[in-house]
Design a protein around this ligand. Sequence first.
Ligand code: HMG
Length: 407
Amino acid sequence: MPLTGIDALAFAGPASYLEMTDLARARNVDPSKYLVGLGQRRMAIATPCEDTVTMAVEAGSKALDNFDIDPGEIGTLIVGTETGVDHSKPVAVYVHELLGLDQRCRTFETKHACYGAMAGLTASMDWIASGRARGRKALVIASDIARYGLNTAGEPTQGAGAVAMAVSDTPRLLAIDPARIGDYTRQVMDFWRPLYSKYAFADGHYSIECYLDALVGARLDAIGECSELLESLTACLYHVPFVKMAFKAHQRQMEIELGTQITREQAARWQALDDSYQRLTAPWLSLNADIGNIYTGSLFLALIDLLRQADNAFAGREVSLFSYGSGCGATYCIGTISEGADQWRDALDPSEHLSTRRQLNIDEYEALVLETDNADRQEKLEPSSFGLKDGLFYVGTRDHCRQYQRF
Ligand code: HMG
């Protein structure tokens, strides 16, 4: 079986963000609830001209350009999203045209809340292993806008962005072990978005329990009853709806290895948990803290954070990845950092984009939320009126067809 995995990675996100302290003050909440209790510093906010398509195309073209991949090499394109722009037409087919991919490319969209991109990644690995790829690569793009609405419990856990990854049988960044991939599925109502709503409904505290149950189930399927995995790893990466969730997940993995669950008070005094979390998970959560929940892409944002800090000593080291999508579906797998991955640190680092984002005040943020609600029906949108200059933007509809234009 060929060694498959992630060959290129890139992030793209909206040009604006909100400080969590500003949101907390506006909602009469102690800022430390958002900063410490949830672990978030900022959240990316999409304007009406930035949608799932534009972010996916920007991330996809960065992954191709920065990693010297010719669009003709892509034989499968999968866009994982739960914030599609049409009930029928996939985001992926817009992205296919805008990236200039070959017509022989198989193209589709996957939807399973935050799990769509991991489903796309493993499907791409299977496509390569089956021999159908005939030397071509897959491009998997996670693109989402997390919206819970003003004054909701989920509001501080919003965000927006896209992560694109090329998948190949010569992965320059991370090889994934096909023998240690585990899956988990269970029908639960923890988070959902009915057809009539732009906003997600969430049973927030229950969703945390569902996430942790899925972690236990998927890990068991991937590696069995093993109780000494964490010690051998260099990083444990998780789906990150908010940074504190990664801590809760890491605690659950420690409990699995210990063979017992512990109380909140015990966890606060458990030095080994803190040491393990600080070594394996905390160092790779900075992008998630500054961008917020990007749903399908959020696990891979943590992977970008890890790889932008990797030096040549990381080559050959193992990393665990856990993807969770509400509803629910999950995968746990083990990857090995490729020899030479450190050469691509600058190519995948989104620091420059983050440093040029525009800070919104709370009035601008609230106005944008309302304008975005109506964006699908607008016939003409001016990117410049949202402070947007260069890039690909959604500019409104003509005869019910979405229009995109590069500025
Ligand atoms: P909440 O009820 O407003 O917050 O909702 P809370 O009361 O649970 O407080 C949050 C944390 O802040 C707690 O920490 C508090 O103690 C702490 P914990 O006990 O959990 O360790 N806290 C403070 N800390 C410091 N100073 C203070 C202070 N006050 C409180 N002053 C909730 C929080 C996450 C439930 C809400 O934001 C929500 O519903 N979010 C959306 C759902 C979600 O993110 N679920 C995560 C798991 S499901 C998932 O990941 C899938 C998802 O990404 C969707 C998909 O798959 O597509 C969501």
